[in-house]
Design a protein around this ligand. Structure first.
Ligand SMILES: [Zn+2]
Length: 164
């Protein structure tokens, strides 16, 4: 990566927004097979979350370890040249991630982050089971909230329509 031409680098930069990556597909297939239905790359939400489970008001981000600066991770290792450039670039990505998370939280969304390295074959099963537990927990919480805030079926339905 240290020997990249400007052109290669700009190709590389574009890939930060890349969609439908292998780690992302893994998570999507897993969720689908467990009965979750979701939207992908919802542009109307801060940060265009990779996966949005509207019913659970939950956004899932699947982060590449390098681009999103996963701390103390072997995949996130800065190139030896243009150190300043890369440090700045990745810090900015991290800051943007944090701003998006906050914005989502303010709008009442749960956010879940999954790192690329957590989906490597050795870690995958544990990560996905953890995700399942978290989603079940959120479902229980939301269920409690629904009982206290919504009075009838109709109101719940119109709220759901608004989310669409
Ligand atoms: Zn990582």
């Amino acid at each position: 990566m240290d020997t990249m031409t400007p052109e290669q680098r700009s190709n590389c930069m574009r890939r930060i927004r890349s969609k439908n990556t292998r780690p992302e597909m893994l998570v999507r297939r897993f969720l689908f097979s467990h009965g979750f239905r979701y939207r992908i790359h919802a542009k109307t939400l801060p940060g265009t979350p990779d996966i949005t489970i509207v019913g659970l008001r939950t956004c899932i981000f699947i982060n590449g370890c390098f681009w999103h600066g996963h701390e103390s991770c072997s995949i996130y290792k800065l190139p030896q040249t243009h150190v300043e450039f890369w440090t700045h670039k990745i810090q900015r990505n991290k800051q943007r991630d944090q701003e998006n998370r906050l914005a989502l939280k303010r709008q009442g969304w749960h956010t879940i982050e999954i790192w690329e390295c957590q989906l490597k074959p050795k870690e995958r099963e544990r990560t996905l089971q953890g995700l399942l537990r978290t989603l079940n927990f959120i479902a229980l919480q939301n269920c409690g909230a629904k009982i206290s805030y919504h009075y009838d079926e109709e109101e719940t339905l119109s709220l759901a329509a608004e989310d669409e």
